[in-house]
Ligand binder design. Structure first.
Ligand code: 13P
Length: 251
């Protein structure tokens, strides 16, 4: 089964109007001939309008890095899925490890956020991944299965093919240490097996991205693996040359 590769940038808390304008124009100019690959950037909330206007005539999609688990109401500081839809977001990250760790997001909260995005037709990119201690304790599969099943247990079976999963081992994020293609493939295959417990056919369609120090020099080897259907790129998504090289590897 060939799934269309998705390369998504996660800008995290970086950027400014001026820096974004430059990066976005470099991305648009460099995006010729990447027909085989879907590309997106997930940006800080205040820049959604800028990104929408800069990318609306390009083939690059955009999205947010988080969303409220609530639909509407008295939740100061929160941003709803409907608001993201107003800016034509195609994607929304949920459950990034930096949200889980710094904002104490539980599996249940991540599941609610996923539901909110699905309700408005935005594709959730559900992030899962183990810490180094968990890996060393042989807990990788237990941890990612728990994180994923919290989401799978609340969504409609028919919505399964509308999600994207991102495997991001915490120890590989921003560290320059990446999982080897074989290590990542093993977890991706396990995750696909978990998806197949819900629906075998849809599980084949779900894209499972790898994230964690994906760079131009390791992207091709990772993307070659059977169950690695794209990448979620942090640091390298802030440099147009590096990001476009990764996109080229995903073609
Ligand atoms: P790095 O690519 O900087 O390791 O970040 C990965 C990540 O967290 C993407 O969401």
């Amino acid at each position: 089964m060939t799934r269309r590769v998705l390369i998504a940038g996660n800008w995290k808390m970086n950027g400014s109007l001026a820096k974004n304008a430059l990066l976005l124009s470099e991305l648009c100019n460099g995006m010729h001939d990447f027909a085989g690959c879907e590309v997106a950037v997930c940006v800080p909330f205040p820049y959604l309008a800028q990104v929408q206007s800069a990318l609306q005539t390009s083939s690059i999609a955009w999205g947010a890095q988080d969303v409220s688990g609530y639909a509407v109401g008295a939740y100061t500081g929160e941003v709803s899925a409907a608001m993201l839809k107003d800016f034509s977001c195609g994607f929304g990250l949920v459950g990034h490890s930096e949200r889980r760790v710094y904002h104490a997001e539980s599996d249940a909260v991540v599941a609610q956020k996923t539901l909110r995005l699905l309700e408005v037709g935005i594709t959730p990119i559900v992030c899962v991944g183990e810490t180094l201690d968990e890996r060393n304790a042989g807990m990788t599969e237990t941890v990612v299965a728990r994180q994923l099943s919290a989401v799978l247990s609340v969504i409609e079976k028919s919505a399964l093919s509308n999600i994207v999963v991102a495997y991001e081992p915490v120890w590989a994020i921003g560290t320059g240490v990446t999982a080897t293609p074989a290590m990542a493939q093993q977890v991706h295959a396990f995750l696909r097996g978990q998806l197949a417990l819900v629906n075998v056919e849809s599980a084949q369609k779900v894209r499972i991205l790898y994230g964690g120090s994906m760079k131009p020099d390791n992207a091709a080897a990772l993307l070659q693996m059977e169950d690695i259907d794209g990448g979620l790129i942090g640091g390298a998504s802030l440099k147009s040359g590096e990001f476009l090289s990764i996109v080229a590897a995903g073609r």
